[in-house]
Write a protein that binds this ligand. Structure first.
Ligand SMILES: NC(=O)c1ccc[n+]([C@@H]2O[C@H](COP(=O)([O-])OP(=O)(O)OC[C@H]3O[C@@H](n4cnc5c(N)ncnc54)[C@H](O)[C@@H]3O)[C@@H](O)[C@H]2O)c1
Length: 376
């Protein structure tokens, strides 16, 4: 970046004994904020996005958020500012609009060096996607098409994409690694993740200058340790932990555990629960990896490598937080796989990333966040 960008024209009104003299001086200011490389974060006001914005800031990047607040609130940016001391720049727009995206990307490239885009913006409720498949295709796939086109036109080439372990369905082997086959999607939501991965891989193989990390998340839980940001589901929570914490807080009916007759030790499903701040740091590592490994297009599993059953999670929550979870067993839920957890060796090896938090710490932070919400 040119030094001229750090030079500000400063007007100094200097009082002398008899007159006010206007002097114009040039003061070179090394504006550290402008020196930082920009990372554009679509869906940056959402659950994983907001934690990633914090992790990017802590790693010396300048995160810029794009969000339409369809599943988040602008107040999230205040929570981020409480942690980082900086309210991130925001473009409030719908990623389906290529022109709006292009304008935002061009504004960023004019402002500094853009290290890449992290694309979180999508609808994510599996059940809802079966009711509204067109909305899911339009938003999740449409936004990704618009983003790729806007990146191509603005010369931004590094992309980190939010994918999911749902692309594997119920794999033959667990822990599952990235070479496992992509099975036919169980839901329109799952299909959108597969379709976007394919889109990005095809764009990578084309003449478009593009490098990408396809991050296949397992089950993100928890919140920032400060409890200034966390998961804020609008309406009925679809995931285990936000429902559980709301049930414990008395805001919901007792938790229903979907099925206790699965072929697992205690009969409940097994998942790989990863602390959201560990997941957030993996995005920072992915951006850094892309900066030194382009052109590349690689998929990475992001999980702890350990599977926990729903009953084990409930017991761990009760022990960690010293509070009882109201729950009952119910019938199986359609579309749930029996057991899945990650082989994340590739991410450890290539990205130099590892999890720092365990399940108990994630459950502690999830409960702390719920308590903070009750006080707000
Ligand atoms: N949370 C999980 O368990 C999980 C698991 C696997 C993959 N993912 C994927 O990770 C990503 C982030 O998930 P999350 O849990 O943070 O979800 P979230 O709903 O909390 O965040 C998504 C954000 O994107 C915004 N958004 C949605 N559509 C938009 C559009 N067209 N234009 C601009 N903004 C838009 C929403 O307002 C929200 O702030 C999603 O792509 C999701 O599919 C999530």
């Amino acid at each position: 970046m040119s030094v001229c960008k750090g030079i500000y024209h400063v007007l100094i009104y200097a009082k002398t004994e008899h007159k006010v003299a206007l002097r114009m001086v040039l003061i070179p200011i090394l504006n550290l904020n402008m020196e930082k490389r920009i990372v554009i974060v679509t869906g940056g006001a959402g659950y994983i996005g907001s934690h990633t914005v914090v992790a990017l800031h802590e790693s010396g990047y300048r995160p810029v958020i794009i969000d339409d607040f369809s599943n988040s609130k602008p107040e999230v940016l205040d929570g981020i500012a409480k942690i980082t001391g900086v309210k991130p720049q925001l473009f409030s727009l719908d990623c389906r609009s290529k022109n709006d995206l292009l304008e935002a990307l061009q504004s960023c490239t004019a402002d500094g060096e853009v290290a890449g885009v992290i694309h979180f913006a999508a609808y994510k409720a599996v059940g809802e996607s079966t009711e509204k498949p067109l909305d899911y295709f339009e938003n999740n796939i449409g936004s990704t098409v618009s983003l790729l086109a806007a990146m191509s036109e603005s010369g931004v080439s590094n992309l980190v994409f939010s994918s999911s372990c749902t692309v594997y369905g119920q794999p033959d082997q667990i822990p599952v690694d990235e070479s496992a086959p992509i099975l036919p999607a169980e839901s329109p939501y799952g299909y959108t993740k597969q379709a976007c991965e394919r889109l990005i891989m095809d764009a990578f193989k084309s003449s478009m200058p593009l490098s990408a990390c396809l991050l296949r998340y397992f089950n993100p839980i928890g919140a920032h340790q400060s409890a200034n940001i966390g998961e804020l589901p609008i309406g009925h929570p679809n995931n285990l932990i936000p429902y559980l914490t709301q049930a414990v807080a008395g805001l919901r009916n007792p938790l229903t555990v979907f099925g206790n007759d699965y072929p697992t030790e205690d009969g409940t499903c097994i998942r790989d629960y990863i602390h959201v701040m560990d997941l957030a740091r993996a995005h920072v590592a992915s951006i850094a990896w892309l900066e030194s490994n382009s052109p590349s297009c690689e998929a990475f599993n992001l999980g702890t490598g350990t599977g926990k059953s729903v009953s084990e999670v409930i017991a761990a929550f009760e022990k960690t937080n010293g509070i009882e979870v109201p729950y009952a067993f119910g019938p199986r839920r359609s579309g749930d796989v029996v057991a899945i957890f990650a082989n994340a060796e590739k991410a450890h090896r290539e990205l130099g990333w590892n999890c720092e938090f365990n399940l108990e710490e994630a459950l502690r932070d999830a409960w702390k966040w719920q308590l903070q919400l009750a006080q707000a």
